[in-house]
Ligand binder design. Sequence first.
Ligand code: SF4
Length: 458
Amino acid sequence: MNTYYKKFIKRSEEISFDLNHRKTIQFNMSKYDAAVACGMSRYADIEKAKEHIAAKKRKALQNFDETLLTFEKNAQKNGIHVHWALDTKEALEQIGKIIDEKQAKKIVKMKSMTSEEVEMNEFLEHKKIEVVETDLGEFIVQVAGEKPYHIVTPAMHKSKKDVNELFHRLYDMDENSTAEEMTEFVRQLLRKKFTEADIGITGANFIIADIGGIGTVENEGNGIMSASFPKTHIVLAGIEKVIPSMHDLGTFWPTLAVHGTGQAVTVYNTIYTGARKNGEDFGPEEMHIILLDNKRTELLAEEFQSDSLACIRCGACLNACPVYRNIGGYTYESTYSGPIGSVLAPFYQGFDISGHLSYACTICGKCTEVCPEKIDLHMLLLHNRQKDVEELGNKGFFAFFMTIYQFFSLHSSFFGIGMAKIKNFFAQTFAKNGFGKKRSLPEFKEPFRKQFEKRKKS
Ligand code: SF4
């Protein structure tokens, strides 16, 4: 067990027994569960919609390079500057170059997990650029000095009371302000930021190859304002977001919405196909899109785990996961948390840092059941475990121990041999820690076979 794993276990124990955290998460999750059940009831056959978008995404992944090059060609025709970034460093260098060219001092941002992945805010703050998150949940975690807790609802771990206390401390707001009053306060604060910003940065939910544009979804309109008020619009998007055609959005948009929040469609569904054209009154003067690889092509080469690139970041697997619902988003210590995060993180951060996340799974299969992209998440976590053992653990004492364990497992009659005392000694010495401090390891008494025979006789 390395230090990352130990820290994970410690943090999991602490947060699981934090009753305030549990109360807030259960309250917010119960709202999500009710909204999704209502949203799903509008579908005659949700499985058909899932099959459709799953097939479309797999097709894009099979022809990955071709679809991306089609996008690049069409985007350039639209006057968009297309940049390719192999990793975080290249992506930030390119963003830094645009900022320097424009002599930008103020930036507004739409919520984007890809920007979290490259730690963009830290980079911008280091460059002494004022950067403001404009999604309400993201704004709350930014001013609280935190990271997003959840890929769709970044401030899910905060109750209204928590936000009251935060806004009272930072902005001297009345501690009994209503949710509407706090929202209005942020709205007024952000309006000014949108008009002052030199650059707006957004992510992309979809990179649309046939029209050379990007598609975004949001509920507050802050993304549209981030993209259209400042003179320069920069999009940072992971290359796996590519889809072949705009026509596919007809199914992608509602299926993403119903799995993400239970909505029929998200409030604002926007397609951007470049900067302001001749004769148009609104929009940025320049649009850049940075296509980020950051280990995605390495992941694509994996026989099984490559399928995780089909993820559309709806967050449904996080909400369904019994482990996530107990240990929460921060315990994972990775940009993407929950089941999809546990699959991706070891590839993005390394198995030495995040390989243990593959074990934070009961293999109940609920994540796979709810995934709109039909990703076999729990099976991918098993494949990650195998890779983790192959990469890190298959040596020294562990290998010796597993060889003995394998022998006994394949010859189950040996389990009946030996005194309970000896078995208890080995179990208490080697397996007790894995059982957790809050549970006691049961003792061996009599072999199962003997107990069974006795029972049959009686
Ligand atoms: S893996 Fe599936 S359920 Fe989880 S976030 Fe991605 S698309 Fe949604």
